[in-house]
Design a binder for this molecule. Structure first.
Ligand code: TXA
Ligand code: MG
Length: 344
């Protein structure tokens, strides 16, 4: 039985020491971050990082993000090659932001999936920060989910899927952002968003003066196609139940109600303010948050997607979309993939 540490009201010193021992011995640690939980391992160790791929059933060519505690450690794992990278680090670290940099040889090739670059993130969550700082071990950590499934944002959800794979699980409560970090790479001198997150296009524009969205963000990419980020190729976030995404607009609620008439037993993943306008019983309505306050939607996004599969005899999940701008763009990036591009 793995160890479950409850640090919701604070880090416990003896358990912190145990956690560091596990990392030093190439074990796997479930760690909270401000975005989503991660399956963490020593980023210097091939043996440890291989265990992450096994636990997640992750494709071997999909690299991990390396988490560091401060700028000094960042410089140990990667090279900062230009002024724009430097400015991005100053503007967005620590925080929900990952920068693709030139990898240094200290980081094992398993973590980078053999690439010469590595994603580096400096989380602001105090638990993972303390573990990295105390151990002086950079932590390689992908989101805590079996590949293809929604990312884990609370320990109860993660236990159902990964309990027997971890050596230590740390419960730091629900993740306050709920969707993964913004992944950026500087390409031809322009910060290019490879995965949208809480740090938005506007935030980067304001800090740097230029920004680009990868044109592969909302496309279906085939397994053999060349992509800017390996994660774009894979099926992601999808519940087992078939899902349809109803795009935002004046007719959104009418469309949801029409789909409900055509599909008996369907469930709805919708906003709290729309609950009374949608003709459905409460046991089939999954509230995802308020569209007036999008952080409540990102917070509940993955746990709501997981609830879909728990509803009995449900042939279809009808999912309400948001406007594709600011944090809404990042939310839609996840929802479109969860619905496997099935939109209406
Ligand atoms: O918020 C987050 O970023 C969370 C928490 C745990 O920090 N981590 C996370 O990791 O979402 P993961 O492995 O689920 O997603 C990492 C993404 C993948 O899409 C991967 O392809 C991309 O980052 N990535 C990693 N290294 C890369 C590289 N060198 N070049 C391009 N993309 C890279
Ligand atoms: Mg992931």
């Amino acid at each position: 039985m793995e160890r479950l540490y409850d640090w919701k009201s604070g880090i416990k010193k003896d358990e912190l020491e145990e956690t560091i021992k596990v990392l030093k011995n190439d074990g796997l640690v479930l760690v909270p971050t401000e975005t989503v939980y991660g399956i963490g391992a020593n980023a210097f160790s091939d043996i440890a990082c291989k265990k992450i791929y096994e636990a997640k059933h992750r494709a071997q060519d999909n690299p991990l993000i390396v988490h560091v505690s401060d700028y000094e450690m960042l410089k140990r794992v990667a090279n900062v090659s230009n002024e724009i990278e430097q400015k991005l680090i100053e503007a967005f670290m620590p925080g929900p932001f990952t920068l693709i940099l030139e990898k240094r040889k200290e980081i094992c090739d398993t973590a980078s999936a053999g690439l010469s670059t590595i994603g580096v993130r400096m989380p602001s969550n105090s638990i993972i920060h303390e573990i990295i700082k105390e151990s002086q071990i950079p932590i390689a950590a992908p989101s805590a989910n079996v590949s293809g499934r929604p990312s884990g944002t609370n320990v109860a959800d993660i236990m159902k899927e990964l309990e027997d794979k971890m050596d230590v699980m740390i419960d730091g409560g629900d993740c306050p952002i709920g969707i993964e970090s913004t992944v950026v790479k500087v390409i031809d001198g322009i910060p290019t968003i490879l995965r949208p997150g809480f740090v938005t296009e506007d935030d980067i524009q304001d800090a740097i003066g230029c920004v680009k969205l990868s044109n592969q963000l909302f496309k279906t990419v085939s397994k053999d196609e060349k992509v800017e980020s390996p994660g774009m190729k894979y099926r992601h976030y999808a519940p087992k139940t078939k899902c349809v995404l109803v795009l935002a607009g004046d007719d959104q609620i009418d469309k949801v109600n029409a789909l409900l008439l055509e599909n008996q037993g369907a469930c709805v993943l919708g906003f709290e303010e729309d609950r009374d306008k949608i003709n459905i019983t409460s046991d089939r309505y999954i509230e995802i948050g308020s569209k007036q306050n999008l952080i409540t939607v990102s917070q509940h996004l993955f746990s709501s997607l997981r609830k879909i599969d728990e509803i009995d005899n449900c042939p279809l999940a009808i999912v309400e979309g948001v406007e594709k701008k600011d944090l809404g763009l990042s939310i839609m990036n996840r929802l479109i993939r969860a619905c496997e591009h099935n939109t209406i």
